[in-house]
Design a protein around this ligand. Structure first.
Ligand code: SAH
Length: 357
């Protein structure tokens, strides 16, 4: 069994069952999360006999790194092959004062957003808690001794709220002082917008940041870009996001990928502004990362500037996400897609969405 499947208390219970004190669990976790060891043998303050017992029962890693890309801006990306041969990817992004990682929560995705590489092959399965934590450990081991992960974004492959039962314990391990100790306020969960699950997350009681992938200011357009919207609707999402803010005090951010001639018109910006101007919200415009198989592209710079200016004039806080790792396949799902395509080619898509203006 993968040791990272267990919470601190579960590991402590296992230690006690096997004749140790629960403190042993804290020692083991310190070695794994604090000192970045890769084997039980390296845990010097644990007796040799108990280390053997641990190694009989558990593994520290279940997958293997099959690709490691490093971009000129020092963004690094790993492609991990899981024990059943499925592929998953995760990214490390460095900035002067922070080191952010981006992790995946599912193999593939069922949401089907039309501009996203992750969903092109459908959903294969949920990641387990241990497989989610494993990405973090792998990325952490790419860092120098003085470097630490400071921020986590759950924005890799998959819809995290569709796998909340495995995602929450993984985030709690990240957050846990005895493990990586990353503050909840430095952890962001990005969702396509599943209202019931947003409420469940709020009930969990930790002030994680919530980012909602809105991508359109009205249901008609959103349903063409984000097909699951058909059965949800923007109003229900905003209501759940408002309740999230009320419960946690965390300002919700709304992600919006600008797609040239699809959702980037001035009237879309105005409509978005109307939706968000009286909320505790923040718009994060994401430049489209081109996916070879998909016919969507970034708008020209002037369109983007205009979109920003309209939101700003309506007093809606807006930022443009920095593009990282542009010279590697750093956008969600691209590396996995490429690896899967090497096995079975996917023809390029031809007809883009057309939208009435
Ligand atoms: N399923 C979650 C999290 C994964 S994607 C969600 O929908 O939020 C994280 C963000 O990247 C989402 O806002 C998603 O819409 C966006 N994204 C996906 N593909 C992209 C692409 N090719 N270019 C830019 N952003 C993309």
């Amino acid at each position: 069994m993968l040791l990272t499947e267990l919470s601190r208390d579960q590991l402590a219970a296992w230690c006690v069952e096997h004749g140790q004190t629960s403190y042993r669990a804290d020692q083991i976790r310190r070695w794994i999360y604090g000192k970045r060891v890769s084997s039980f043998d390296a845990m010097h303050d644990v007796s040799a006999a108990f280390r053997t017992r641990l190694a009989e029962e558990f593994t520290l890693f279940s997958g293997k790194v099959v690709q490691h890309q490093v971009a000129t801006d020092r963004t690094e990306k790993l492609l991990i092959e899981l024990s059943d041969g499925q592929l998953v990817e995760c990214v490390l992004m460095r900035e002067e004062d922070r080191c952010t990682i981006c992790i995946s929560t599912q193999v593939g995705c069922a949401m089907g957003c039309v501009f996203c590489a992750s969903g092109m092959l459908g959903l294969k399965r949920n990641l387990t808690t241990g497989e989610i934590v494993e990405q973090i450990l792998r990325l952490d081991r790419l860092l120098g001794t003085e470097e630490r992960i400071t921020n986590v974004v759950v924005m890799g492959i998959g819809e995290p709220l569709a796998n909340l039962k495995n995602v929450l314990p993984a985030l709690d391990t990240l957050n846990d002082k005895g493990a990586l100790g990353i503050g909840a306020r430095r952890i962001t969960i990005s969702t396509v917008g599943l209202p019931e699950k947003i409420r469940e997350l709020a009930e969990h009681g930790k002030p994680y940041n919530l980012a909602v992938s809105l991508h359109a200011p009205n249901d008609e357009l959103r349903t063409t870009i984000v097909p699951v919207n058909r059965n949800i609707g923007i109003a229900a999402i905003l209501e759940a996001a408002d309740a999230y803010f009320d419960k946690t005090g965390r300002r919700v951010s709304y992600e919006y990928v600008l797609l040239a001639d699809v959702n980037d018109h001035a009237e879309h910006a105005r409509e978005l502004g109307q939706l968000l101007r009286h909320r505790n919200a923040h718009v994060n415009l994401i430049p489209m990362n081109d996916v070879r198989e998909l016919p969507y592209h970034d708008p020209v710079a002037e369109r983007t500037r205009n979109f920003v200016a309209i939101l700003a004039s309506m007093d809606v806080p807006v930022t443009i996400r920095k593009r990282k790792g542009a010279d590697i396949d750093a956008a969600c799902g691209q590396l996995r897609l490429k690896a899967e395509e090497a096995k079975a080619p996917i023809p390029p898509a031809t007809v883009p969405l057309t939208v009435k203006s």
